[in-house]
Design a protein around this ligand. Structure first.
Ligand code: SOE
Length: 387
């Protein structure tokens, strides 16, 4: 009799929606070692969470996350809440013996991340941080090619994660802009993604030197949407101080000698979810753009001189050549953002059944947090900081 994993998802907004879709779809496309039951959806707003419960596919809804974490009817806790609640929920879930999938960043601080890892290791549960971009087929292919030596010795890792939802000075002070809830701005929200990819593709950081900046120092406390023109005008006048970075950049050295150049901004007008990477090695280079996520650019020095150039690999070959894609369609049929969460959940479910680690684990989350904090310390001291 196949095992059943009964899931409790805490959080029902953007990530809750992406994770719900992944829990529903993973069994439909991947040979999972367990049946997945979307048991309970949890959110603070009773009316809101009840109203999305059936649409997102969950059997039950509640507003009390402790009820989910302590329930004997739950095997897995998926934490898709704002960053300030990750630690409390994860430590309670670990103590209750639940496997945990936690959204990034793992925590607000290294100290919290260390406590989360310790609780997870003590309970011998399976723990994973949802750095979903590792499971873009093109990124997983890049990892495999680098491991096979296709680039030779890596010399440069350059990444930029650029969005533009904060170009508007009237975007309100939502939780991602409140340091007490989010921990930082672009730094912990999207720089953490490219830090994780840097560690996944190149290796551990040795030292960093950073720069962080806030372009819009004050923003309205609430938004103008849904208000009359007069109410909107009044709302926009009541402004509060922005306590997080709009942009965070750093250079660094990896322990293996490669050089790093990372930039994260939420103020790059026209860049919607523009995560780009370029890796340069002694034998070749790789290029990736999340806004064209089914392609991987590859240059190899071994090509004959008359035909050297970046190859444009369409990462959709279902014959096993390319990671994950063989579970879907025929060659050339493209995947999207939501598939990266389906791949994450599929690997997580099988790891839970096998009782094996699945990366990125909470230890990866802690290592990412250590890089985040080293950059923040470097900014504070205006000097290089060892990770
Ligand atoms: C930021 O707006 C954000 O939602 C991140 O929090 C997610 O991790 C990223 O996948 C998309 O952009």
């Amino acid at each position: 009799m196949a095992k059943t994993l009964r899931v409790g998802l805490i959080g029902y907004r953007f990530m809750g929606k992406a994770h719900s879709n992944a829990w529903r779809q993973a069994p439909r496309f991947f040979p999972l070692k367990a049946h997945v039951e979307l048991h309970t959806l949890c959110g603070r707003d009773r009316i809101a969470v009840q109203s999305v419960r059936s649409q997102l596919g969950w059997e039950n809804a509640t507003t009390d996350w402790r009820e989910v974490v302590e329930s004997p009817l739950i095997d897995v806790v998926d934490i898709s809440t704002p960053n300030d609640s990750h630690a409390e929920i994860a430590i309670a879930a670990a103590r209750a013996g639940k496997h945990i999938l936690c959204e990034k960043p793992l925590a607000l601080t290294v100290k919290q991340a260390e406590a989360m890892l310790a609780a997870a290791q003590k309970s011998k549960i399976v723990h994973m941080v949802c750095h979903n971009y590792r499971r873009v087929p093109a990124i997983a292919l890049a990892r495999r090619m680098i491991g096979e030596g296709a680039l030779g010795e890596i010399r440069h890792f350059r990444a930029r994660y650029a969005q533009d939802w904060l170009v508007d000075p009237d975007y309100p002070l939502k939780w991602r802009l409140d340091k007490s809830v989010s921990g930082s701005g672009a730094h912990g929200d999207i720089n953490v993604h490219i830090i994780d990819l840097a560690r996944y593709l190149v290796g551990e950081f040795k030292e960093v030197c950073g720069l962080m900046h806030t372009f819009t120092k004050e923003r309205p406390l609430t938004g103008a949407t849904g208000k009359s023109p007069i109410q909107a005008a009044r709302a926009l006048e009541i402004r509060g101080k922005v306590t997080v970075d709009d942009a965070s950049l750093f250079i660094g050295r990896f322990a293996n000698g490669a050089l790093a150049n990372l930039e994260a901004t939420r103020c790059a007008a026209g860049r919607k979810n523009h995560l780009t990477l370029e890796l340069n090695g002694s034998k070749g280079s790789l290029g990736f753009d999340l806004e064209d996520m089914n392609r991987l650019k590859f240059y190899e020095t071994a090509s004959p001189p008359d035909r050297q150039g970046f190859r444009d690999v369409l990462v959709t070959q279902p014959n096993g050549a390319h990671p994950y894609v063989n579970h879907y369609w025929r060659d050339g049929h493209l995947l999207g953002y939501e598939h990266t969460f389906i791949h994450t959940v599929a690997d997580f479910v099988n790891a839970c059944v096998e009782g094996k680690p699945v990366h990125p684990t909470f230890e990866d989350g802690l290592k990412n947090q250590r890089v985040l904090e080293a950059v923040e310390l470097s900014v504070k001291k205006s000097q290089w900081v060892k990770v």
